[in-house]
Design a protein around this ligand. Sequence first.
Ligand code: C2E
Ligand code: CA
Ligand code: CA
Ligand code: CA
Length: 279
Amino acid sequence: AMELGGGSYEFYTEEMSKAAAEHVHLGSSLSKSLEREELIVCYQPQLELPSGRIIGMEALLRWRHPELGLISPASFIPLAEETGLIVSIGEWVLRTACQQTKEWQDRGFADLRVAVNLSARQFQQEDLVLMVDRVLGKTGLPPQSLELEITESIAMNDENRVITTMHQLKRLGVRLAIDDFGTGYSSLSYLSRFPLNNLKIDQSFIQNVVNQDDDAAITKAIVSLAKALGLQVTAEGVETKEQLAFLEQLQCNKIQGYYVSKPLFAEEFEQFLQKRESA
Ligand code: C2E
Ligand code: CA
Ligand code: CA
Ligand code: CA
């Protein structure tokens, strides 16, 4: 163990309990965030290659905390998963994103598709398929306009159940994507057993795809693996035109990242669409 002087040890424990207290505090206010209408869905555009068209967006959650301001999902999603709150929050995100997308479709952006993140915890819910079906029915969004993103971590759960649930979702007509591909430690064999449509290459590979041979090789291999399995490929975290050019050359199907746009509030996203259309 590290040698700590009395003073710094005290300081350390004080910091720890403060962090723990904040965690508890965040937890209790997170449980009220839904009814207090503090949660917000942002939308990050997705660009299709080679057409260069905006064909959809990913819904990304934000929390406008009354004291702490805008909080990123990385700092509260884990808490929401631990406490199970992710189930009701996730349903709210899905409903909000589907309703918003349907509105935009009705206002002329008829082909728009939305991708929504599902946590492993949501995937374990008995009534997930019914919930998705109900949300689609209520909002009127065509099922093929919805893509659900799940991570490799769900492959850790009872595989037969996971596959059954996926087939039921597919039967509703929704699309399925594997998110953060390449970062989980699961075997690749699930790729041929899961009924997937899309594979999203994690942004950690894209970051140095232009200047690091290893990342370029991995990205190339992922794209050809996906193509061989008949899946579409989306690259995440694309920030430069050099990265875009590299991915275009690989015939990657879609890109998402700051190069196109950061995640936008709904009003901003609509302005973004209108600007692109008139350009
Ligand atoms: P993710 O699903 O992998 O989402 C992509 C993240 O990368 C987003 O972070 C996005 O803002 C960020 N990003 C996009 N383009 C770029 C880029 O060019 N460069 C860099 N450096 N980053 C980029 P965000 O919004 O903070 O979300 C973090 C994670 O939180 C998401 O990662 C997802 O795992 C989770 N999350 C967000 N919304 C939801 C939700 O509604 N439900 C669930 N279960 N998880 C969510
Ligand atoms: Ca995602
Ligand atoms: Ca991702
Ligand atoms: Ca991620």
